[in-house]
Write a protein that binds this ligand. Structure first.
Ligand code: SD4
Length: 331
């Protein structure tokens, strides 16, 4: 496909956007060790630095990408000071903390849990669902029951934790319901890794939107929305207003753009642009995507400034600011 036709398909022709020349499509092959950039791990937001550290312990010793992303995001789930991931997260409108998570490997195997309560590591349950059941997704009471029957236990501390309970009680006074993920209210972790043998994997875990309607599930546990991996191509994950990712099958769309030749950044740009066009209601809301391809190239794009991600490989361990369409004061 010519570059011009490709840009036209992406809706970029004539937009005057500075994007990198496209790389030619490679023939799909299931296991192509990347040329120079692996192992590599990237993950959303500043807490991604600690999470990447957990993943790097595995990747740097030649370990598997799937183990790396599971252990990596578990670091963030363990951090009870995080208000958007794990049991330190903010509750729904009824005062219950409900967790969503999913995991996916190089060969398109995946597992997911949603609306799960009182279990410290939803990502571990997601992996167990993938490996021990013929299904992909378990939710709510059934997910908890299955987890308890399969070696997981409920935590022995009070959830919401006291500080979060206090904030919730203050919120109850006004009970202002904002279905928002804005600058003050986001930090789901999505992680993508490429290991030394060229295998890709991803994981995503969150407590979701603060003070959501009880039962609301966002994009994070939904394969294709909050996370998607195709070992022949690459992977993508998302953070921000989950409804926008679900409506566009956002992470799957990013991977499909890369399959057609887009770089990770171009593919993220494309989906964020599509979301802006189709969902004017996302104005004032943050949406950010991260992507990686099988050559170990990575990139991200968001609606607003402020979205950043942690990147770690053998040469670098740093935060990267994603490019964005708008700045917050332009809302
Ligand atoms: C959700 N996407 O539940 C999640 C929230 C989020 O950073 O990403 N916050 O919609």
């Amino acid at each position: 496909m010519s570059r011009r036709r490709f840009l036209k398909n992406l809706g970029l022709a004539g937009a005057g956007l500075a994007i990198n020349p496209l790389k030619s499509n490679e023939q799909p092959s299931n296991l192509t060790p990347s040329i120079k950039n692996n192992p590599l791990v990237i993950s959303t937001w500043i807490h991604g630095m600690e999470a990447n550290k957990g993943a790097w312990k595995i990747l740097s010793q030649g370990g598997d990408a799937l183990d790396a992303v599971q252990k990596g995001v578990a670091v963030t789930e363990n951090d009870l000071t995080n208000r958007s991931v794990g049991l330190g997260g903010r509750p729904d409108r009824d005062g219950r903390v409900t967790l969503d998570a999913c995991i996916m490997n190089h060969d398109s195997r995946c597992g997911s849990v949603a609306f799960l309560e009182d279990i410290q590591h939803p990502i571990d349950v997601a992996r167990a669902v993938m490996e021990k059941t013929p299904h992909v997704m378990l939710v709510g009471e059934g997910a908890q029951q299955w987890a308890l029957e399969n070696g997981f236990s409920k935590v022995d501390y009070q959830v919401p934790i006291p500080q979060v309970q206090k904030d919730y009680e203050e919120w109850l006074v006004q009970s202002e319901y904002k279905t928002g993920v804005n600058v003050e209210n986001h930090d789901t972790i999505g992680m993508l890794a490429l290991d030394a043998s060229g295998r890709l994997a991803g994981a995503c875990t969150t407590s979701g939107m603060a003070y959501k309607i009880r039962g609301r599930v966002g994009d994070s546990p939904i394969i294709g929305a909050g996370l998607f991996i195709d070992g022949d191509v690459g992977g993508a994950t998302a953070t921000g207003l989950g409804e926008a990712m679900i409506r566009t099958a956002g992470s799957a769309a990013v991977v499909e753009s890369m399959r057609r030749g887009a770089s990770p950044e171009e593919a993220c740009f494309d989906i964020v642009q599509r979301i802006l066009k189709k969902h004017p209601g996302v104005d004032g809301m943050q949406v950010g995507f991260l992507a990686i391809n099988k050559r170990g190239e990575s990139g991200g794009y968001s609606i607003y400034n402020g979205f950043n991600y942690a990147l770690r490989n053998k040469d670098q361990n740093k935060m990267v600011d994603a490019k964005h369409f708008k700045t917050w004061n332009e809302k």
